[in-house]
Design a protein around this ligand. Sequence first.
Ligand code: SF4
Length: 745
Amino acid sequence: MRRPRAGGGWKAIAYSFGKARQAGGLLRLYRALRSKNTCKTCALGMGGQAGGMRNELGRFPEVCKKSIQAMAADMQGRIRDRFFDDFSLEQLAGFSSRELEASGRLVEPVVAGPLDGHYRSIGWDEALDHIAAKLGKTKPDDTFFYFSGRSSNEAGFLYQLFARMYGTNNVNNCSYYCHQPSGVALTSVTGSGTATVTLEDLDQCDMVFLIGANPGSNHPRLMRTLVELRRRGGKIVVINPLREIGLERFKVPSDARSLLFGSRIADVYVQPHIGGDIALLAALAKAIVERDACDEPFLRDHTDGWDAFRSFIDGLSWSELLERSGVPRETIDRVADLYAASGKTIFCWAMGITHHRHGVANVQMIANLALTRGMCGRPHRGLLPLRGHSNVQGMGSMGVAPKLKPVVAERLAKTFDIKLPKGDGLDTLGSIQRAHEGGIRSALCVGGNLFGSNHDAAFASKAMSKIDLVVYLSTTLNTGHTRGRGRETIILPVLARDEDPQATTQESMFNYVRLSDGGEPRHELRHGGGPRSETAVIVDLAERLLGDKLSSLRDHREIRRAIAAVIPGYEKIGAIDDTRQEFQIAGRTFHEPRFATDNGRAKFHVVAVPEHDGLRDRQLHLMTVRSEGQFNTVVYEEHDVYRGQERRDVIMMHADDITRLGLVVNQAVTVRSDVGELSNILVRETAVRPGNAVMYYPEANAIIPSEADPQSGTPSFKRTLITVEAGNGRSSRTSAGSPRRTNGE
Ligand code: SF4
């Protein structure tokens, strides 16, 4: 499969038409996308009360392949009758993520117990009675509650409240495996864990750093903003060990000039070692100091820790920074010159920065570089973590976390007249580890794919299998249902956002809260069957366990009133049903240099500069990536157009490494790490920095060890030491070509 010369373009348009056919026609898909609901996919945020395909500035049409993929998946038909009779649990465990997703919408609760070879139907009442009975018999701290960023603020708030009234703080969400380091680091710098800028700031800045992110695949509508930035003379610096075609050249489908001729994206494309970001950012800070380009009045009046940071930078030698970053001095000087000349810079990053054992330090170092030139706390300058799921940030805001902010805890206890459980709960990694130790008896997972998003798939599978009862609230099947099962597993089918009978809200990465109207369920069944809204399911369970304490929250307006009373910055949500006014969350956007810290000043952090470990013999550093035909753990397409790959069981490496290891393109190899191996993997060449290799997430999670950032608990998916050996090894591939682990999954 040939790699294209630009991302986006006609292929993206043709793909959209293809998806429209799958979704029952272009008009049907268009109507669905235009409904007054927030885009279901990334947290850039489109839709809401301004109508679908509009961004936060009201611009139209803003739609991308990602949103179309998700909508088409929700619009697919119901899973066929007898599907679960025809395929045993063992057979389903061999299905790929794409095959499971494409099996159809789940419409009835199903259960599989320890003696079952198949999932079988179970009535809603029987399922809920059974779950409530199990929870009633379980010590609350032997249960964990997991939530994905797909759900609404209303469901998230209700869920964490239910868990805490039940008696545990073991409440967590998918961000613990993605942007938690951003939240921890930003809180330590500005006092708030989210972006300091709005979308409008991006439209007015004159420079963007794009670090460890690939928006061409994961946040496609950001590309138009980047194209427009360059058209008005702005600069873009990309930092990524892997050259991504969409970050070099992109054809924005909704922009005729860009579509016809393509648009250059990166002014400078920097390829550091994987894990060399702190050294690179420190080198840039050093170069800024040497150019006398620091914003001294800002540093003096609005920051703490500058002197210590300056001494730290002065004490670092150029030779160690160049060696540890892997970036030549000329490139650093070029980027430093651009940055020194910029008046309004925004720093964007994603999981290339957070998925490291020093993820928090990575983000703190980005903030250090921004503060050095006063690029935070003023209009059109700031810090922007590029969040993944459409409401993942809202989950954090709603308290779907093992530790509540003191003000939220106090207000929650007062509003509901309850005593909250004491102590910190388990985060996502902690929950899996406790399950592996045999200390979890039941788990409730709303959305997402907890199993699939874990490092070390065998460990995660084993952990889940030790839980007595695992309950999933899902719209379609995923690998969690097949390979992340408990002794007993119940899958409850739920409605998508645009099918909810009541309005819901979502929070974008720019701290903007949108109101979704909901809509008609697509798969109603007679006799009370069919998918239900997540909030209805939670209240149904709560009524069985806690009496009527949460019954009034069946009404989303009541939940929104409670959110207004409990969550700082969310006060306007209480009246949103009357005003229909979407809003910017108060206290999070910093256009003035008054931060939310104890003394209003932003904080510098001195962080360790990681060494670059040399590679021996057949070793490489492995990073995992997502494809443009994928959203988180959901794989919509086996091929990856932008990287020119027609399949996912590949290892991409630099031509020099292919030669060094005595391999040839398309040769089958075995890839080993400390925790396992993957066999029958095909060698492919790509423009990654030599010494590094690239494989697809989540399949490669099977060989990612459990090493995590100690400050955030986020696993280090982006830097695993591997060896690559010629030969097929012992394992086989699934029918869809997904690699399978060989040692005991
Ligand atoms: S960029 Fe993100 S929010 Fe915008 S349409 Fe695409 S998936 Fe939806």
